[in-house]
Design a protein around this ligand. Structure first.
Ligand SMILES: CC(C)(COP(=O)(O)OP(=O)(O)OC[C@H]1O[C@@H](n2cnc3c(N)ncnc32)[C@H](O)[C@@H]1OP(=O)(O)O)[C@@H](O)C(=O)NCCC(=O)NCCS
Length: 165
């Protein structure tokens, strides 16, 4: 997929494993992500990479289950150049191709930027799971107590997009 601003999106392959794993550890503290009681190893999941100036600039990993595609991680390290938007669009196209009717993800209460970012791009809030991060910390103690802007990380906010075509 070729996005605007010369950004290319391609699927992650075996050859990407090293940088993908390093990037996950860098962004998420360890190789695991714990969300809604589930432990994911994002580097082992299917992924999409945004390529800018021939270098990876963003990574989205996902998991498809029961007719729904969950975005497990989304990170862009060359921000505000459209990589995140192109990755989300590619995830939507992937969900559609796989016959998934629902595209969804979880963010946390401290991530006000992500909350606005996803809503601007067609996601709506589907549920708020109060204190869910407290349960995740029992599995992954590395999850910090406070997140962006010193806000305590506490609740999981589930966002979704229903795919019509
Ligand atoms: C959230 C995140 C993925 C967004 O990635 P990104 O590549 O910066 O996203 P985009 O470039 O598509 O959009 C960011 C902003 O840049 C703007 N932008 C995009 N292309 C632009 C360009 N060429 N010139 C100027 N501005 C541009 C967009 O309009 C957007 O602003 P808006 O949100 O007010 O509409 C990124 O900030 C990130 O990795 N955050 C940390 C991890 C995180 O929170 N992940 C999501 C929760 S799990």
């Amino acid at each position: 997929v070729k996005g605007g601003n010369g950004i290319l999106v391609r699927t992650v392959s075996f050859a990407d494993k090293n940088w993908v794993r390093n990037r996950i550890v860098q962004e998420w503290g360890t190789e695991t992500v714990v969300v809604h009681g589930q432990v994911y190893h994002p580097a082992e999941l299917d992924g999409l990479a945004a390529i800018l100036d021939e270098k990876p600039a963003g990574l989205l990993t996902y998991h498809c289950q029961e007719g729904a595609l969950e975005i497990v991680t989304l990170n862009c390290w060359q921000e505000k150049r459209g990589a995140g938007s192109v990755l989300l669009e590619a995830a939507r196209a992937t969900a559609n191709r796989m016959g998934c009717k629902r595209l969804w993800l979880v963010t946390t209460d401290d991530n006000l930027h992500a909350l606005g970012y996803y809503q601007k791009r067609g996601f709506t809030i589907a549920a708020i799971h109060i204190d869910a991060v407290h349960r995740s910390r029992k599995i992954k103690p590395e999850i910090p107590i406070t997140g962006y802007d010193g806000i305590p990380i506490r609740d999981e906010i589930e966002l979704e997009m229903i795919i019509s075509k």
